[in-house]
Design a protein around this ligand. Sequence first.
Ligand code: NAP
Ligand code: GDD
Length: 362
Amino acid sequence: MKKAVIFGITGQDGSFLAEFLLAKNYEVHGVIRRSSTDYRERIAHIEGHPDFHLHFGDMSDSLGIMQVIAKTRPDEIYNLAAQSHVQVSFDSPEYTANVDATGVLRVLEAVRTCGLEKTCRIYQASTSELYGRVEAVPQNEETPFHPYSPYAVAKLYGFWIIREYRDAYNMYCCNGILFNHESERRGETFVTRKITLAAARIKQGKQEKLYLGNLSSLRDWGYAKDYVECMWLMLQQERPDDYVIATGEQHSVREFCLAAFREAGIELEFRGEGIHEQGIDKATGKVLVEVSPDFYRPTDVVNLLGDPSKAKRQLGWNPAKTSFEELVRLMVQADMAKVAVERAGEKVRINLEEYLEKGIVK
Ligand code: NAP
Ligand code: GDD
């Protein structure tokens, strides 16, 4: 039985990867942070599985990372832990560097200190944000990097320190240069999930309007569940290497919005330009989407399109498994159900309060 450690187990990708590895009969060790609130929603359904174990640790704490690796002595490590929100990295640049850059070094050094450098394979969650202020479209493994946010600059260090340890110590380390991947488990402040949740809430009368930033930004959006398979495939090759993982298809934030609202049963049309652009409900004439400068970034990455040919050729990975339309559909359907459940819960609460007031129930 192979043993894997996942840093970032509570995140979108960590939860899908844990399910994937458990299905492959791995013993999976996840690293979590202590929090005063419940943040384990994405992995609650696998807690208690006999091959699934959790350890406390933080990417800013070398000793904790070392202890987890010494205790578990894994065959594979997946470093998915990061302050992963680009806009937040402008507010917390030092923290982002500590976790997303130096954190990678801490994992590498812990592996060496534990004497596992010959046996343990490491996956690093690198990112299409490295292309930043893009120098070519589409982007592949040869395209120069031009990071364009504190997040991307930190991730650039992570990318190169992985390459350095591969060359200097002959370690099996890989960078997955993953383009945006989304799902029903995506964090609610990333643009796709923000849109699908808002579309569901607006449709069900729980929200009036959606405020967004740059509607013209272009992304190559895939389905997270398909992407975690690649992380594993990268660690099963004869030699370590770096791979671009993307769909090869590009859409704007505006297009995502149109598709998501349509899936929720609302036909939108966009009118106006820049800060004055609005998304209007064709049926009622109501303004449902507006632009707010609060969601503009000091520097924004606006043209990401990946070329996944190498992953297709060498890993045998299929980038067309889930289409853009399917991705939007599954996210909107999940959020429509989530909002409906919340509304039902609210109704029960209101009824209960009324019954208590009237003395019908005690
Ligand atoms: P996510 O949902 O934000 O999850 C991030 C994970 O990192 C969470 O488990 C989080 O724990 C953990 N984490 C954050 N700071 C930590 C710290 N100081 N110590 C330990 N754990 C910490 O991100 P994701 O979308 O799954 O992405 C996974 C990785 O891929 C990230 O490194 C991200 O930068 C990278 N990436 C993502 C995409 C994408 O489109 N999703 C594309 C390219 C690269 P808490 O739950 O406790 O916060
Ligand atoms: N979050 C957000 N909120 N983004 C918005 C909004 C908004 O209201 N309005 C427009 N956008 C634009 C952003 O300016 C950006 O150009 C694009 O939508 C995508 O933003 P996010 O969904 O926040 O994702 P990201 O591309 O910045 O970062 C994600 O993908 C990277 C891979 O390229 C994250 O998952 C990163 O961790 C990951 O590395």
